[in-house]
Write a new protein. Structure first.
Lengths: 350, 350
């Protein structure tokens, strides 16, 4: 484990999460015909009969993904479930079962873990999924929650990141950047409070962005909208790492380019106000903020009339040839290349 | 989070792992008809078509489940997969896919994680399972590995903990206590080495028990034996927490009692020698040691001729009425009540 003095060791931060995953999983053999899609999408797709099963997992760890100073355990349990369900919906599938594994240190009591599970069960009830298993064990340092979720979809309904076609409309549900600005607010007030500069944290009336950060929802309604309208997206991904990063995933997986218009990117007014307070361009929060758990998807151009009439969806651009790259058309008319600067799970290390 | 001075908080250690799980999962609603069996067995059982799917998850954390001073990362990756596959086999099912989620601190380099994944992939190859997804993120403190495994079985082949019947034979694969004695040896040598009492750790010729601890295998061969002989166990569980604990799980789930004979419990001679060095009764290592990943199962009495001819299986006792309790018949003829003192994931906390 002595990597500090030895040059042959490569720090994790040089590769980042996606680089590391690419390196670890290249040349991976697939042995079973039941494995339809392995690594490289929001969830794996498995064939065990009439329908496809989708399987995803996420791991959240104290100090990196959440801070218990302002994250109530009940909310944390809820959010830990929701982030997994979001990955299932991103496959155009319905979540059915989850397992929950946690490691907990002695600073937690039975009552704390019950509170965490209240949130987990509340999310299960709300989204209609069964908690079917897990593992509970001690740790020396804080709390880690690992959830695996299983969902199902008719075989012809599963949507991958890889199906976007030229001229498809690029759409996003809800609005972006709110969770990130909520986090900035929480962090600012935490620091002021801990320094003793304020008697109590002051969150003003920013309930919306706080809720976006502390109690996000997964967009089940969008999947139901697809069912209701008979529209099947050509590609889809959930926005966990920021719009830029997810657009690049779709472009790379589908082998296409895109044009996205600044004016069309939906940003809530609370997000705008808070971003201005922090001197952050609201666009930056939307592009790179992450944790919004909205769905980014592409649909054929001929669905325009239906999609444009849906208040919960914004059309933000269109798919183009690969050669044109991934471009953001600014309000000024200038164009910039989209690059990923979103949440990188491995670059924040200390 | 301030639970030190407040009496209304209950320390986790008062309930232990199984008590906590019982508390957290009581009154759990099952919403989907696809959920055949939720919490309470080695794996959940799901119905998505022709066959049953089984789903299990395990989480391993540095300092609690493994010590990287003597656990090579490659072995750790291998073991992390094997402990999950063992749960799948314990359902009389075949593992097909796994997901791997890890949290890693900055002390690890890309090369370390590659070594871990070498072990993971080696286990996948050996047992014929596909690595289909996961999550990789940073942590502030060491390494945590969470694996979920999916397996399949014909609907009439799945074996639960709950089917043991009076007069069934109680059987165990391989031998017990070795992994525990291997751990004792590793810990002793680590302490001597760290104190400077020895120039290098001396593991003597105890290769077998070291391998039992560092590179355990899952008993795929036992499941294949069932297929080959046409025997379906009435109940089954894998021995991860020690024979006592697993016997009690089967007795409780099946609503029966048992008689197990000290003389019949298989213990390897290396385990016996090491136990004597440590002044631990070898029987204690077998009953309470844990991490052997053997299979404990019950079969109908009329399979005696087939089962007793299998060198890889020992018949250690028989199932009795619930009223007789769970008894261990000692070589001396005296009887003792079996109690669980095995590995308790929540009682070792500091």
């Amino acid at each position: 484990m002595e990597n500090k003095t030895n040059n042959k060791f490569t720090p994790l931060s040089t590769l980042g999460e996606f680089g590391l995953i690419d390196k670890l999983t290249k040349n991976l053999k697939i042995l079973h015909k039941s494995t339809i899609k392995g690594i490289g999408d929001d969830a794996a797709v498995l064939d065990y009969g009439e329908k496809f099963i989708v399987l995803t997992t996420d791991i959240l760890t104290e100090g990196v993904h959440f801070n218990l100073v302002y994250m109530p355990l009940k909310h944390l349990g809820y959010k830990a479930v929701v982030v997994n369900l979001s990955d299932i919906y991103a496959m155009n599938a319905y979540p059915r079962q989850i397992t929950v594994s946690i490691t907990i240190s002695a600073k937690f009591s039975v009552e704390h873990i019950e509170e965490l599970y209240q949130g987990i069960k509340f999310a299960c009830d709300k989204y209609g999924v069964d908690l079917v298993g897990g593992d509970t064990t001690s740790s020396y340092t804080g709390l880690t929650i690992s959830i695996a979720a299983i969902g199902e979809a008719a075989k012809n309904k599963v949507v991958y990141r890889s199906g976007a076609k030229e001229n498809d409309l690029i759409c996003v549900s809800g609005n972006l950047g709110g969770a990130y600005m909520g986090l900035q607010l929480l962090e600012r007030e935490r620091k002021l409070f801990e320094k003793g500069s304020v008697e109590r944290p002051d969150f003003g009336d920013y309930n919306y962005i706080l809720e976006r950060q502390l109690k996000p929802e997964a967009r089940k309604d969008i999947i139901e909208m697809f069912k209701e309208t008979g529209i099947k997206p050509t590609s889809m991904i959930d926005i966990s790492d920021g719009l830029s990063s997810e657009l690049l995933h779709i472009c790379k997986s589908s082998g296409i380019g895109c044009s996205v218009y600044q004016d069309k990117i939906p940003i809530d007014k609370e997000t705008v106000i808070m971003a201005e307070e922090f001197h952050i361009p609201p666009l930056t929060a939307a592009l790179n903020g992450g944790e919004d758990y909205e769905l980014l998807f592409t649909v054929p151009l001929d669905t325009y009339d239906i999609i444009s009439a849906r208040p919960e969806v914004s059309i933000i651009g269109h798919i183009s040839k690969q050669e044109t790259g991934c471009r953001l058309i600014m309000s000024s008319g200038s164009e910039v290349e989209i690059t990923a600067q979103g949440w990188n799970a491995l670059k924040d290390q200390q």
